[in-house]
Design a protein around this ligand. Structure first.
Ligand code: ZN
Length: 202
């Protein structure tokens, strides 16, 4: 399986990092070794002094597809959950300055935290509310209504370059409010008020 991530898909987040708002989806990937599931703790690596959390709505692909047309895209995912895209912001800034790829900043081990999933049919996918709670305080508060590129468009766009396969995950982008993690932090991801994800930093 592969993890496909979308960068800068909420205007307020692109602005908070002084990035331009993209005209087409900004895509990067993480390998399967980036996955961290079952509420296991995240051990802070020593190669970064500024790892950020980014809470995102995650789509789980349920059938193989290539060059999927947008009007058929919703048949290719059946479950929705939450994930944290851990980002070594200091390494990412160095990569950006040099014009290098982002992999060491974005695709390192356990950089893709994934919680529980719900059936897509139980949600109104155009307006999913989701929140990240850090040590008891809400630090990110998003709504998929604010996505620049919506789920069906993303699936169509991605599948023109990469064949989607059952089990692949799409991280659809983070809203504003990203910030630095610290050892001892406790994170909870809420989807329509229901806890779907939990992660402690060790
Ligand atoms: Zn992200």
């Amino acid at each position: 399986m592969k993890i496909i991530c979308i960068g800068r898909n909420y205007i307020d987040h692109a602005k908070e990092l002084n990035n331009p708002v993209p005209k087409s989806p900004l895509i990067f990937m993480k390998p399967s070794t980036a996955l961290l599931t079952e509420s296991k703790p995240f051990y802070h690596p020593d190669f970064s002094a500024n790892i950020h959390y980014e809470l995102e709505v995650v789509l789980k692909i349920c059938k193989n597809g290539k060059a999927i047309r947008e009007e058929f895209a919703s048949a290719y995912y059946d479950q929705i959950g939450l994930g944290i895209d851990f980002t070594a912001r200091d390494l990412q800034d160095l990569c950006k300055d040099k014009g290098h790829p982002w992999e060491i900043a974005k695709a390192f081990d356990h950089s893709a935290v994934v919680g529980d999933f719900k059936s897509k049919n139980t949600l109104d996918t155009s307006g999913i509310k989701f929140q990240l709670v850090k040590n008891g305080n809400i630090v990110q508060d998003g709504n998929t209504n604010d996505l620049i590129f919506k789920f069906d468009y993303l699936i169509s766009f991605i599948s023109h370059y990469f064949t989607l396969q059952t089990g692949d995950l799409i991280f659809t982008g983070t809203p504003a409010g990203v910030g630095k993690i610290a050892i001892g932090d406790h994170y909870e991801g809420m989807l329509e008020g229901e806890k779907m994800l939990e992660c402690k930093i060790k």
